[in-house]
Design a protein around this ligand. Sequence first.
Ligand code: SIN
Ligand code: FE
Length: 313
Amino acid sequence: MEALDDLCTTRARGRQLCETLSFMILRVNQRAWGANGSASATAMEDSTAELEAGTVLLLPELAFRVLLEERVHFSPSIAAAKNVSFDPSTGRIGGARVEGGEQDALAAMLQRFSDSAEALAQALLPRYRGRLERARASFRPAEIAGRKTTWRHDDTRLHIDSFPATPVQGRRILRIFTNVNPEGRPRSWRLGEPFEDVARRFAAALRAPLPFSGELLRLVGITKSRRSAYDALMLQLHDAMKADVAYQEQATQTAVDFPAGATWLAFTDQVSHAAMAGQYQLEQTFLLPVEAMERPGQSPLRILERIKKRRLV
Ligand code: SIN
Ligand code: FE
């Protein structure tokens, strides 16, 4: 694996663009979670265009500070399954094995992280102000490497993110991750080819769902809202990528280590990714309407609509 540094060139205002054939990472020297107390004006450079082009924004110096009393949460046994989820609109925790005061303390850590992620999104992506919808956050205390799971749930396989139970109806999925591993271990990902290449490769396998099937899924409670044709195609694409063992090995890809103490963000519905190893991560999901983008034509929705020559929401 090539060291990331060998792939990087310095851009204006100290930002570094690291490129391979398959992906781009933009390193930004940001040390504060919000505009207040930012280290320099550099940090506030608008990164919207790069993000929309499928670049991962890496903030190597932006760590989320875990408080001493929060260290007790750092055990895989705190989660019933692989993640603990947190709904910032209600303050409610899901999937935790702990109760009472311990659960309250866990919720407080996730609330603090969620608020920090919101402040960061506001500062880095001024164009999306008032349009980003803050969705769930998660704490991921399980080691990824060697985890037993079905192929569909196996995030060590390259995939794009798509939600089976909570349709997005074309909205973008933007995720902020921070590696809080206390032993200094990285989170190791693979990054794959651009969305349009992935979509074209699997296009023949993507079938429009039957009319009314999306509404039916909602009525029987499988989904929380109507599953649009877009959601159905994105789920099919997610599955087609993961199910194709040859694709997993042969697709253009690069391994990237995100160090402990680093934060990164990407449109994970667009960026082909796989998480190979690592333990202890926090993640905040945002949804964004396609019309709020600087270049909506780069969205998975518009790309799939061009390929399929029909509207999908
Ligand atoms: C994923 O979104 O596939 C997992 C990312 C991670 O947990 O590092
Ligand atoms: Fe994913």
